[in-house]
Structure formats: structure tokens, C-alpha cells
Design a protein around this ligand. Sequence first.
Ligand code: 5GP
Ligand code: ZN
Length: 112
Amino acid sequence: MDCIFCKIASGEIPSKKVYEDDRVCAFCDLDPQAPVHVLIIPKKHISSIMELDEENADVVSHVFLVAKRLAGELGLEKGFRIVSNCGEDGGQSVLHLHFHLLGGRSMKWPPG
Ligand code: 5GP
Ligand code: ZN
């Protein structure tokens, strides 16, 4: 499958990985929107939130536990934001489920 994030997960495309285990990996975004901008992805290909079901959704809670751990390790004690863009209106540009962990600055609300 021609998926950038599958290739990053397998190491075929290089990335700056900050965490990896058997189910997920986390790496720095190529175009950071905050001082800390990490993408956390399931290693197994899931296109988006819309592809989640009872069989594969457990990985999402694991992603959030990894995000919590990374927030501690990356100095985000003042807070952070987790975003998963879904579909065209959501602004999803890579069709492999991913969670942006953003921090190191004050976030605005509402997002654009
Ligand atoms: P989306 O727009 O789908 O929510 O987020 C995709 C993110 O992936 C963007 O923030 C973009 O900068 C990042 N990205 C796209 N291609 C690559 C890549 O090859 N390597 C890394 N590290 N990030 C990428
Ligand atoms: Zn993929």
C-alpha cells in the first residue's frame, strides 16, 4: 500500500521518532505548527476515525496513554492539545489515522 505513514512506521521513510512500541509510533511533524508537534499513529493501517470499529479501536486509548507519557517527557506540563483531523472538511491530508500532539505555546480556540 502506498501510504506515507505506513512507510514511516516500518522505517522505509526516515522520521525523527520519539516513541515506538509494537502497536504505535510517534514522530516529529515535518512542518511543525508548535514548538512540540508530534504525530502519534497506529502501526496498523487505519485510514481515519471513520474506519474505527469495535475490533480496532483499542489502539486509540493506547495512543492517548502514549500522548500523556510524551507530554511529560517533552515538557508540556502547562498543557497541550491533541487533534485528529478527519476527512475533507476536517482538513485530513494523510489518509492514515494520526493524532497531532501540539504544545509548547498557548493554543487558540476556535481552530480555523
Ligand atoms: P493532517 O493534515 O492529515 O491532519 O496531518 C498530516 C501531517 O503530516 C501534517 O502536519 C504534515 O506536516 C505531516 N507530514 C506529511 N508528510 C510527512 C512526512 O513525510 N514526514 C513527517 N514527519 N510528517 C509528515
Ligand atoms: Zn498507512
